[in-house]
Design a protein around this ligand. Structure first.
Ligand SMILES: [Zn+2]
Ligand SMILES: [Zn+2]
Length: 389
């Protein structure tokens, strides 16, 4: 089958790889009909995520048709149309039973590597390094879905692929980010990063009744999307000082909640940014905490910092003192996608939101390598890519 594979920094190829087979009786195989490229795939593209191997199949935002099920699969049948969450979860461990699906104790066969680094292993993820399971991803013609009764959600209405595909990651991820921001009706919420996750965090904050949402980015079309679809107040950080502008907008109090939807590859300005880049290039740090530092500085005292952005390792010059003295609450984590699938599908079916607004590019799998480049370079106003294998 054809698949997009990882070969090192800025080297994604489309290749023939073996078609997946049922391995465990709880597996299903799907024929992928649509699959997206995620902002977090760019961390792989930049070689930031450890334990990737040449030839790994990428992708964690797929949907498709079930073509084969293992003997113990009960809820899915051949022919079902499903969206597959990026988190792989067993459904029966302590974490899954407590709705903490992205922390599943059983789905990472390489848990020892993760334990060595982090003390405990989170769940396995599709197409996201060997430390997180070594599972082949969904930017391919076919995908093996482990624990098929726990992850995939059946789509029984006639909604288009583009309307439901983002249940796999970015819509629940933006939604959980807003939920983690503890939003109250009179609140001002600031969102750093207006990529797809930022866009869904903005929309979700509005759904939760935020009084005002402020969107921070430097890419004009992303700020425009946040304004048009998310009714957000835009701040272009390449033109304005974010701290001063936020203080101006909040009578010096600062936003009640700050959401970092950027993560490890944050761009900053000036000497601090140059220092972070230098430190990372000589491996003195793994993450550039520019947004985290700024969010901690801007957040109102006693406010909440929600971090859906992906970080991979250690960071330097992290302002823990200000965080402590301002009594901020920090909430983060990979998304517990399975928790949100049903409720968010309902919101889509009821017409409360149409997630397809983020799609800017659709193409075949064969065009994948070129679209990774375009998405990375933000060329051609590229915000979200959907591939059709
Ligand atoms: Zn994703
Ligand atoms: Zn589990």
């Amino acid at each position: 089958m054809r698949a997009l594979t990882w070969h090192g920094e800025q080297d994604v190829r489309v290749e023939d790889v073996p078609r997946p087979q049922i391995v465990n009786p709880t597996d299903a195989i799907i024929e992928v009909t649509a699959t997206a490229i995620c902002g977090s795939d760019l961390h792989l593209y930049h070689g930031r995520v450890p334990s990737m191997q040449e030839g790994d199949v990428l992708g964690h935002e797929p949907m498709g048709e079930v073509i084969e099920v293992g003997d113990e699969v009960e809820t899915l049948e051949v022919g079902d149309r499903v969206v597959v969450p990026f988190t792989i979860s067993c459904g029966s461990c302590w974490f899954c039973e407590n709705d903490l699906y992205s922390l599943c104790d059983n789905s990472n066969p390489n848990a020892e590597i993760a334990r060595e680094v982090m003390g405990h292993s989170p769940a396995g993820l599709f197409g996201y390094s060997h430390m997180l399971g070594g599972y082949a991803g969904g930017q391919a013609e076919y995908l093996r879905v482990p624990y098929a009764d726990v992850g995939p959600i059946k789509i029984e209405s006639d909604l288009s692929d583009e309307e439901v595909l983002f249940l796999s990651d970015i819509f629940p991820t933006g939604y959980m980010a807003a939920e983690n921001a503890d939003i109250e009706p009179a609140d001002t919420v600031a969102v750093w990063g207006c990529g797809p996750v930022g866009q869904f965090a903005i929309q979700s904050a509005q759904m939760m009744g935020a009084d005002r949402v402020i969107a921070i980015d430097r890419v004009p079309e992303r700020l425009e999307m946040a304004r048009e679809h998310g009714d957000a107040v835009p701040i272009d950080y390449s033109e304005e000082d974010v701290y001063h502008r936020l203080m101006e907008l909040t009578a010096n109090r600062g936003p009640d909640s700050c959401i970092d939807a950027v993560g490890t590859d944050a761009h900053g300005t000036g000497l601090v940014d140059a220092t972070d880049r230098m430190k990372r290039s000589v491996k003195l740090e793994d993450d550039r905490p520019y947004v985290l530092r700024e969010a901690i500085r801007c957040c109102r005292k006693g406010g909440t910092l929600s971090v859906p952005g992906v970080y991979v390792g250690r960071m330097d010059n992290f302002p823990f003192g200000p965080l402590m003295n301002k009594a901020l609450t920090v909430k983060t984590g990979q998304t517990h996608v399975q928790r949100y699938l049903g409720p968010l599908l309902e919101r889509i079916e009821e017409g409360e939101i149409d997630p397809s607004f983020v799609v800017t590019h659709e193409a075949s799998l064969e065009d994948g390598p070129d679209l990774y480049r375009k998405f990375n370079d933000k060329e051609d106003d590229c915000i979200k890519v959907v591939l059709r294998p």
